[in-house]
Design a protein around this ligand. Structure first.
Ligand code: AMP
Ligand code: GLY
Length: 420
């Protein structure tokens, strides 16, 4: 099987590592990738949103499968374009990726599908937004894609007004409405499922650490680390949750004639009133994927190809390594506001199996890697216990240096404490 992975982050690197373990894959490419990914597979200089060039590449290379990593090309119709050209593409068509592309649409779908979620209103003006707030903290979300920066938890009226003005007057992310949502309390959970248009096959439970500082302090980021599985969410509980948050969505899209293929990622809040969906993503999570896929023993290439066919996952169960995985993100100085670029990275050669290094914001400067984005690297370790996996991952983190390196020191601490 000849496979292309589209994207350039740590998530795509983790997908590539899992595909390299497949007995089915004979050729593996990445576009555009990054210099760290290029150490594993051939990278081609086609950016993820150049749909025409990607279709041309897939056709000329006679690819059997294209796996789309990021949300923007999914929302932009890459899977539609590849499918029209007769190429199997893993990911939802644009009409289904809208579930991630519009938070207002996601709420409508959740309501229609009977999925539990917080109360909400969609507003188009600052005054309507202020009127829709029922108490503080209030959750204010820009309706479109905003690279994780479109959600504000406002603790008072002034902060709420400022957020609404940013989104609706200053148009920080362009045209778009705003969703004002009920604030939910609890522990967050990332539950991903592979979907074949008819059924959702859930993956192991994971948790992401979104804030920059220990103890969930400071601004939101793309994610500072993750672990898998979550001790309180075993396979049985995963199946129960998936029946509530994945299958109804797959059934809904099937019923409206746009079957959902690809990853359905439910971001859940485990509230005192039960699980509620905060958001759906229509792709693998980053950095959850870096912790989830190293535990997958089933053949990923086979699964992803099967998911592109209606009902192709029938009868399949995923096989997991019983160990736990912990991923720590190494972020650049200044992240998330203004990541500093160009800092030389040292010590990479010291990261060896069983540690897994996946590369995100890196660039090549005269043959050496330098920082080139906010989230630079991910170090993942497997361990018999969360404590062992944490210790191994953090030992790896100590080996890699660059000026201003930022890491959280409490990734998976919760899992360690829960299993003590
Ligand atoms: P989203 O992009 O919608 O997942 O939001 C990003 C992050 O904001 C989530 O992972 C939560 O940490 C937080 N968040 C979003 N919606 C809510 C909510 N209704 N209540 C509390 N926290 C929220
Ligand atoms: N880990 C959050 C995301 O992938 O959106």
């Amino acid at each position: 099987m000849k496979v292309l992975v589209v994207g350039s982050g740590g998530r795509e690197h983790a997908i590539i590592r899992a595909l390299l373990r497949s007995s089915q894959v004979t050729e593996l490419l990445c576009s555009p990738g990054n210099p760290g990914i290029a150490a594993d597979v051939e990278c081609l200089p086609v950016v993820a949103d150049d749909l025409g060039a990607l279709v041309e590449l897939a056709t000329s290379r006679k690819l059997d499968l294209v796996v789309v990593g990021p949300e923007a090309p999914l929302v932009g119709g890459l899977v539609d374009a590849l499918s029209a050209a007769g190429i199997a593409a893993f990911g939802p068509v644009a009409a289904a990726a809208r579930l991630e592309g519009s938070k207002a649409y996601a709420k409508e779908v959740m309501e229609a599908a009977g999925v539990p979620t917080g109360g909400w209103s969609t507003v188009e003006s600052v005054d309507a937004g202020m009127a829709a707030i029922v108490g503080y903290p209030a959750v204010i979300k820009f309706d479109g894609l905003a690279a994780g920066k479109g959600v504000v938890i406002a603790t008072d009226e002034a902060a709420a007004r400022e957020a609404l003005e940013q989104f609706l007057v200053e148009r920080r992310f362009g045209e778009g409405q705003v969703v004002v949502e009920e604030f939910l309390e609890g522990e967050e959970l990332s539950l991903l499922a592979l979907c074949d248009g008819e059924r959702a096959v859930p993956m192991a439970s994971a948790q992401d650490y979104k804030r920059i500082f220990d103890g969930d302090e400071g601004p939101n980021t793309g994610g500072m680390g993750s672990y898998c599985p979550v001790p309180s969410v075993d396979a049985e509980r995963v199946a129960e949750l998936s029946a509530i948050v994945h299958q109804p969505i797959v059934d809904h899209f099937s019923a409206i004639g746009t079957p959902f293929h690809g990853v359905l990622y439910a971001g859940l809040m485990m509230t005192a009133d039960g699980p509620k969906v905060l958001e759906y993503n229509t792709r693998f999570g980053d950095p959850e994927t870096q912790a989830v896929l190293p535990r997958l023993r089933s053949d990923l290439a086979e699964l992803l190809l099967a998911a592109t066919n209606a009902g192709g996952l029938a009868g399949r169960e995923l096989d997991w390594d019983p160990r736990c995985a912990v991923t720590v993100v190494l972020a650049s100085a200044g992240y998330p506001d203004s990541p500093r670029l160009g800092d030389p990275i040292s010590g990479l050669e010291l990261i060896a199996a069983p540690l897994e290094l996946t590369c995100a914001g890196v660039a090549d400067a005269d043959g050496a890697l330098v920082t080139a984005g906010g989230r630079v690297l991910n170090i993942t370790a497997l361990g018999e216990t969360p404590a062992a996996a944490r210790a191994a991952a953090y030992a790896g983190v100590e080996l890699v240096e660059f000026d201003g390196k930022q890491t959280r020191s409490d990734i998976a601490l919760r899992a360690e404490e829960a299993t003590e």
